[in-house]
Design a protein around this ligand. Structure first.
Ligand SMILES: [Zn+2]
Length: 207
């Protein structure tokens, strides 16, 4: 339970990141360590000032909008700093966590490594590099039941969302599920239209 370290828990949605974070925090509390729990203000899954895992466990947390504010929320006697949903913080988060480590704190964080498009999420690549320990958890694939789901599938009205779908959906029934690489789908209607157009123009040249 020594300080000067940063443990990062990552993986797709529903892989148990927050559950694992809460498990580690509880162990710190049993060891009578002073813990500060922080979550980004943008996380809409939880309504109040607490973090909650999908299996119903929860702990009080301080909501923070800008990552630099973490430095004033964390007090000198806090030994452990737990931060949920790191992918939502601005780019200063890397510097903030480095400073906390240098001050002798133990930082434990969670974050989605990839967004629904399969692109790296926020500062997660940098955070994975500065972490002293990275645990990449797998979820169960919601389509085939494989134990190795590493992707987050976005569904709009039950269908795989298009690559170009807007980040904020209005009026659509939007859900997310964990999938393995084999079952992960990312339709690109724009590219399909372009291919169709090219095919038709080739036909015109032929005849
Ligand atoms: Zn699958």
């Amino acid at each position: 339970m020594q300080g000067y370290c940063f443990e990062l828990i990552t993986g797709p949605m529903s892989c148990g990141k927050t559950e694992e974070l809460l498990r580690r925090i509880r162990r710190c509390i049993i060891a009578k360590k002073k813990v500060k729990v922080i979550s980004p203000d943008v996380d809409t899954r939880t309504k109040g000032d607490y973090i909650e895992s999908r299996n119903g466990l929860w702990l009080e947390a301080v909501k923070v909008k800008h990552s630099i504010q973490i430095l004033s929320v964390v007090k000198p006697d806090d030994e452990i700093v737990a931060i949920d949903e790191l992918q939502f913080f601005d780019e200063n988060i890397t510097k903030v966590i480095t400073q906390l480590m240098n001050e002798g704190k133990k930082v434990i964080g969670t974050g989605l490594d990839l967004d629904f498009k399969g692109d790296t999420f926020g500062s997660m690549p940098q955070l994975m590099c500065i972490a002293t320990q990275v645990d990449k958890l797998h979820a169960v694939c919601m389509k085939c039941g494989s134990d190795h789901a590493t992707r987050t599938q976005r569904l709009i009205n039950g269908k795989p969302a298009d690559k170009n779908s807007p980040l904020i959906m209005i009026g659509g029934d939007e859900t997310y599920e964990a999938r393995c690489i084999k079952c992960y789908e990312l339709p690109d209607a724009e590219a399909e239209k372009r291919r169709e157009k090219e095919k038709n123009s080739l036909k015109l040249i032929k005849f």
